[in-house]
Design a protein around this ligand. Structure first.
Ligand SMILES: *Cc1c(COP(=O)(O)O)cnc(C)c1O
Length: 222
């Protein structure tokens, strides 16, 4: 993707985020845009960096570990967010590599992350992922398990910033976003990681603080 193209896509998305935020009486700067670069190589990522984007998301630890150290060497201020499921045995690697982890979804992972943070001294921001549509194939804790999981994460001293969800495909997502927002209010957390390429404007009007955008910035994945 040429730089002009990357700049144009980024500007367009930022404008749409700003518009959605204003509709909801929010500040555009209260919404963090995470450019999800999974399955895209350094050559595809570089133009977005050159266009000013600094916050990126990946869904696999191995893939991020292969791509990002080199990109980070040449650009300061990169923040990396893990948006995909995390195996407990990769917790330490994830804590070293990522600045935020959006997929905390079970007590064993809370324990593994707490140990990894103690050992490495790194403390990435955490989001508790909720399986908001109660879909068997999806990550995230059950809505009913959220209070106990969150209490465990707080007891383990994880820096929990908020909640994350991926709503069911091909259904109006707004009710799911609204439910996540209510769960966050009830739980006393303010971060809301919700909204992808097809639904981020809706998510922003409902309170998203972090939108995770891949396709709309990079084009279709192979
Ligand atoms: C891939 C992915 C995204 C980005 O999806 P797009 O539809 O390409 O914007 C966002 N969140 C998660 C958890 C993902 O895995």
């Amino acid at each position: 993707m040429p730089l002009d193209d990357a700049s144009a896509r980024l500007a367009d998305v930022r404008e749409k985020i700003a518009r959605a935020a204003r509709i909801a009486g929010r500040e555009p700067t209260d919404v963090e845009l995470i450019a999800v670069s999974k399955m895209h190589d350094a050559a595809a990522i570089r133009p977005l960096i050159d266009a000013g984007q600094r916050v990126f998301g990946e869904n696999r630890v191995q893939e991020a570990a292969a791509k990002w150290p080199e990109l980070r060497e040449t650009t300061s201020g990169i923040a990396l967010h893990l948006v995909g499921q995390l195996q407990s045995n990769k917790a330490e690697e994830a804590v070293v590599l990522f600045d935020a982890i959006h997929s905390v979804d079970r007590p064993s992972l809370v324990d593994a992350l707490a140990r990894a943070m103690d050992k490495t001294g790194r403390r990435p921001t955490c989001f508790v992922q909720v399986n908001i549509g109660d879909e068997p194939q999806k990550g995230g804790c059950a809505v009913t398990d959220l209070p106990v999981l969150l209490a465990g994460a707080r007891a383990a001293d994880l820096p929990v910033a908020g909640l994350m969800c991926v709503p069911p495909l091909e259904i109006e997502p707004a009710p799911y976003f609204a439910l996540l927002a209510k769960l966050a209010r009830d739980s006393g957390v303010t971060g809301l990681s919700m909204g992808m390429s097809s639904d981020y404007e809706t998510a922003v009007t409902i309170g998203a603080t972090h939108v995770r955008l891949g396709t709309i910035l990079f084009g279709e994945r192979a």
